[in-house]
Design a protein around this ligand. Structure first.
Ligand code: FES
Length: 255
């Protein structure tokens, strides 16, 4: 049997959070963490969590699994329990201290860190999406529209690789200590990755205004190179690099 602990807190009836203990059959080692939750929900319909696509695309089931933020639907139970899954998908490779970490005996599932809990594994992401809106995540171009689409060269298009794939699950931002300390001022890795996506898009003409909006002590420069963001990104992206690129550009072109 696999021991599973799930964070439970319903502010309507609970005075404080607790960890609820369950057991599931050993065969769940071959499944994903979301499958375990779906199974537990059949036994205990009160467990609250978000999920939709079950394919690592919608970004709704970000949660903290054995101490690591991840998407439950693409987190294999066997790898979580063996403690190898983080190192496998991180950029740190075989030299990571996470490689060969002692196998965990339990599956411990908590809500995303650093965000207020609404209920059980559901967190309030209002601030996260307010910050996303703040960087104007759409193409700005006041030039007269062409008869067909605005074209890019293959090289210009290639610059968006590693940026456009972000699904806004919030795993990176929720795992960032700098964001925990200044969530109202520091934009966090996910939003800054998106900011970089529009800053380098050849079709966008608002680059100067976008840089000006980021040019202060906190929005970008509160990043302390901790790199939790890059370690946890379920899509294998590198928010740390995007932040570094913005900082370099602000130092060259900003005030
Ligand atoms: Fe959509 Fe996991 S359910 S990303």
């Amino acid at each position: 049997m696999i021991h599973v602990e799930v964070y439970r807190y319903n502010p309507a009836v609970d005075t404080e959070p607790r960890m609820e203990m369950y057991e599931v059959e050993d065969s769940f080692r071959q499944r994903m963490v979301l499958d375990v939750l779906e199974h537990l929900k059949e036994r205990d319909p009160g467990i609250a969590y978000r999920r939709s696509c079950r394919e690592g695309v919608c970004g709704s089931d970000g949660m903290n699994i054995n101490g690591q933020n991840a998407l439950a639907c693409v987190a294999p139970v066997s790898e979580v329990l063996a403690g190898i899954w983080v190192a496998q998908k991180s950029n740190y490779g075989s030299g990571s201290p996470l490689v060969g970490k002692k196998a965990a005996e339990r599956l411990v599932i908590r809500p995303l860190t650093g965000m207020p809990v609404i209920r059980d594994l559901v967190v309030d992401q209002t601030l996260f999406f307010d910050q996303y809106r703040h960087i104007k995540p759409w193409l700005i171009n006041d030039d007269p529209p062409p008869t067909a689409e605005r074209l890019q060269s293959p090289e210009e298009r290639a610059r968006l690789d590693g940026l456009y794939e972000c699904i806004l699950c919030g795993c990176c931002t929720s795992g960032c200590p700098s964001w925990w300390w200044n969530p109202d001022k520091y934009l966090g890795p996910a939003v800054l990755l998106q900011a970089q996506r529009f800053l380098i898009d050849s079709r966008d003409t608002a680059t100067a205004d976008r840089l000006t909006a980021l040019d202060d002590q906190f929005s970008v420069f509160r990043c302390r190179d901790i790199q939790n963001c890059t370690t946890v990104c379920p899509k294998g992206l590198n928010p740390m690099k995007a932040i570094s690129d913005i900082r370099r550009r602000l130092l060259q072109e900003g005030t």
